[in-house]
Write a protein of this length. Sequence first.
Length: 232
Amino acid sequence: MADKVLSEQQGPPKLGFPFPDFEADTTEGKMKFSEYAKDSWAILFSHPADFTPVCTTELGTVSKYLSEFEKRGVKMAALSCDPVDSHKKWIEDIQSSQSLSGGLGFPIIADEKREIALKLGMLDPAELDAEGIPLTARAVFIVNPAFKLALSLLYPATTGRNFDEIVRVIDSLQLTANHSVATPANWKGGEKTMVVPSLSDEQATAKFPKGFEKVDVPSGKGYLRFTPDPRD
């Protein structure tokens, strides 16, 4: 059964390409993902199943972080391979165990037939349900306002996601989409950024009024150029 299902799975979405659209039932009604995400940043994050321990902590964490995503103009949507009625009962457990009041603040998509998981290449062959059918891995897809895939992460079912990192990469994606910079390892908002290689020193001087510093390296190639966060 697992091999048959996995053989039908399509490849994951490609970075920089239009994100595969879909329609589905959710805890907040019918959804067409492109309309839900329309003209904004959006995150689709998937879960193996309802009433699972790691997922419960993740959904509670996202609900607590929702104001951080909202101020960045990011819409959140979760997905799990169970029906809407199950999702709604699960939300009660999430609220109780994670000290939440009110709703989660974002929809949970129902993917009982694994159709979306197959389409997006999210099935985990190591995690099977009672019928031997693969469950959904912990995928994170970040979609930009042009409805193209900006970033993807894929975790196994046993490893919970770090949503501080997801907030951080949103900051980097939004910054680098609007300025000719890249962000170095472990970068956080407000720290120095890097001038992209496509800009000459002359172009960088004109573009960054705060200037940039070039690091001397043994090769003599001046490719390490740091400039203050251009938003500051």
